[in-house]
Every structure is written in structure tokens, then in C-alpha cells.
Design a protein around this ligand. Structure first.
Ligand code: A3P
Length: 289
């Protein structure tokens, strides 16, 4: 019903309502014990949020699942004409706050760095990320209309989608990771060995969990468990916003689903840009060929 158009702020396309109140985001006051989860949209944000919350709650499902994901992790740059903004919600939230953002590194409010906050960044390979974003834009009525898959693939590659270029986003955060307390995670790694990756998050958060509790976290954050859990599957979002007949929020949760969407020439076009942009960065994604 909304289908907000995109406009540029500091060269990054964002939905118009966010741009209208950009100053609020820019001047956001971080607190030292804030934990920020940053991602390009559809890279596995919700997954990481649940991993983090379960670790912080020592694997206690009832405590972790006290409210839907988007309530426990307010979306910092969220603005619609009717609901309180992300900044308004966060300003009233008691510490320690769990915060979600999709902003590229250079647009994150500087107070996060002044306060030396911890950040967990999750990146997902470009092609699966594009597929997931396409279906999300189709089902989420606040997002711009993605148009056909053919036109979307092109727009994504050129960075003409919400939150800008995937390439610039993952590289920007990659280059920032050693300057701050940033844990850089890959969706494909978590899929491959959730326990190994959850342990990394646990150490980053300074928590010690027993083997038994760790197994619980692995279990409750599996795709199947999260798809069935009303606190994590976004089923509480009204259907005039999320058109579930088109796609579910917990859509497939797989690595390599892009092969079912990309043509050979679309895939080659991605590989070309990928090879150019990633050269010399040391950042590598799997599931590209
Ligand atoms: P798909 O559309 O490929 O299924 P975000 O939370 O950043 O919006 O990302 C959503 C994507 O992460 C969706 O991808 C969703 O299915 C996937 N996802 C969510 N929870 C997951 C989990 N526990 N395991 C694997 N993928 C998960």
C-alpha cells in the first residue's frame, strides 16, 4: 500500500520517509553498551539477532522470545508516516539495547564509534542476497516495487536499490572491521557449521555457555525452528504490510538458491563486477559459481 520511492542521502538510496527525517538518525546517541547488528538487507539479520539474544539469555527460549524480533531489536533507521520511528523507540529503550541497522558503514551515526560499541556484521553472497531481497521487495508493501526479476537484477548490480550497492556495503564494513569492535560474519559460514560460528559470536559477546546450552542455541536458531516460531517469523506483522501470498519472510534459508533465478548471462554479469570489486580486498564469498 505504501511502496515508498527511493531518494539519495549522501549518495545512498533510501526510502523517502527515512530521508525526510535523516537528521534524527545522524544525531542518534549511542550508548557504550549498545550492541549493533548491521547487515545489507536480507543477509541474515534476523538469524543473527536470534543467535545473539539466545546467547545473552543463556539459551533460555522463553526469555529470548519475550517479544517479536523487530521489537527486541528496533530498526534504527525505521520511519513510516504512522508508527514511532526507530530512533524514537530506541531513545526510550532501557540499556543494554539491541539495535538493527542496514546502513552502510559510512552512514552509521558516529556516536557508535565514539562510544566504542560492539557491532556484528553479517554478509551473504551477492546472488542469494539479491534473490532474497527481490522476494522481500515483492511481499513487503513498504519497499519499492522491484519490478520484474530482469529489471531487478540490473538495479541490484548498479546499487539502485534500498541501502545502495551490495558490493560497497560488504566492502565498506570489511575495511572498517579492524578499526572498531566489529565481528564480521558470513551467512554461508553459519549455514556450514552453525555451532562453530555461534561460538565466535559467544566469545565476541564475552559469554561462556556450556555445551548443552550451545546445542540449544543451535537448535532454536535453525531455519525450521525460526520459521515455526511466531516470535521470529514476522507473522505478527499485519498482512496489509507483508503479503504472505507472494512470499514468506522465512522464505527458503538456503545457500545457492540463486541458480533457480539467475540466467547464465545474468550470473556472468555478476561475476564480472564481483571480480573487479573484490580484487585486493581479501574478502571472499562462496556459492558464486
Ligand atoms: P531467503 O529469502 O533466502 O529465504 P534478513 O533477516 O536479513 O531479512 O534475512 C532474511 C533471509 O535470511 C531469508 O532468506 C531468510 O529465510 C533467511 N533466514 C532467516 N533465518 C534463517 C535461519 N535460521 N537459517 C537460515 N536462513 C535464515
Amino acid at each position: 500500500i505504501y511502496r515508498f520511492p527511493l531518494e539519495l542521502v549522501h549518495g545512498i538510496p533510501l526510502m523517502k520517509p527515512i530521508i525526510n527525517r535523516w537528521q534524527e538518525v545522524e544525531q542518534f546517541q549511542a550508548r557504550p553498551d549498545d550492541l549493533l547488528i548491521a547487515t545489507y538487507p536480507k543477509a541474515g539479520t534476523t538469524w543473527m539477532q536470534e543467535i545473539v539474544d539466545l546467547i545473552l539469555q543463556d539459551g533460555d527460549l522463553e526469555k529470548a522470545m519475550r517479544a517479536p524480533s523487530h521489537i527486541r531489536f528496533p530498526f534504527m533507521e525505521f520511519v513510516t508516516p504512522t508508527l514511532p520511528s526507530g530512533v524514537e523507540v530506541l531513545t526510550k529503550m532501557p540499556s543494554p539495547r539491541l539495535i538493527k541497522t542496514h546502513l552502510p558503514y559510512q552512514l552509521v551515526p558516529t556516536s557508535f564509534w565514539n562510544q566504542n560499541c560492539k557491532v556484528i556484521y553479517v554478509a551473504r553472497n551477492a546472488k542469494d542476497n539479491a534473490v532474497s531481497f527481490y522476494w522481500f521487495d515483492k511481499m513487503n508493501k513498504a519497499q519499492p516495487d522491484p519490478g520484474t526479476w530482469e529489471s531487478y537484477v540490473e538495479a541490484f548490480l548498479q546499487g539502485k536499490v534500498g541501502w545502495g550497492s551490495w558490493f560497497d556495503h560488504v566492502i565498506g564494513w570489511w575495511e572498517a572491521k579492524d578499526k572498531h569492535r566489529i565481528l564480521y560474519m558470513l551467512y554461508e559460514d553459519i549455514k556450514e557449521d552453525p555451532k562453530r560460528e555461534i561460538l565466535k559470536v559467544m566469545r565476541f559477546l564475552g559469554k561462556e555457555l556450556s555445551e548443552e546450552v550451545l546445542e540449544k542455541v543451535v537448535h532454536h536458531t535453525s531455519f525450521q525452528a525460526m520459521k515455526e516460531n511466531p516470535m521470529t517469523n514476522y507473522s505478527t506483522v499485519p498482512s496489509f504490510m507483508f503479503d504472505r501470498a507472494t512470499s514468506m519472510f522465512m522464505r527458503k534459508g538456503e545457500v545457492g538458491d540463486w541458480v533457480n533465478h539467475f540466467t547464465d548471462s545474468q550470473s556472468k554479469a555478476y561475476d564480472k563486477v564481483y571480480n573487479e570489486k573484490m580484487r585486493g580486498t581479501g574478502l571472499k564469498f562462496r556459492s558464486l559459481i
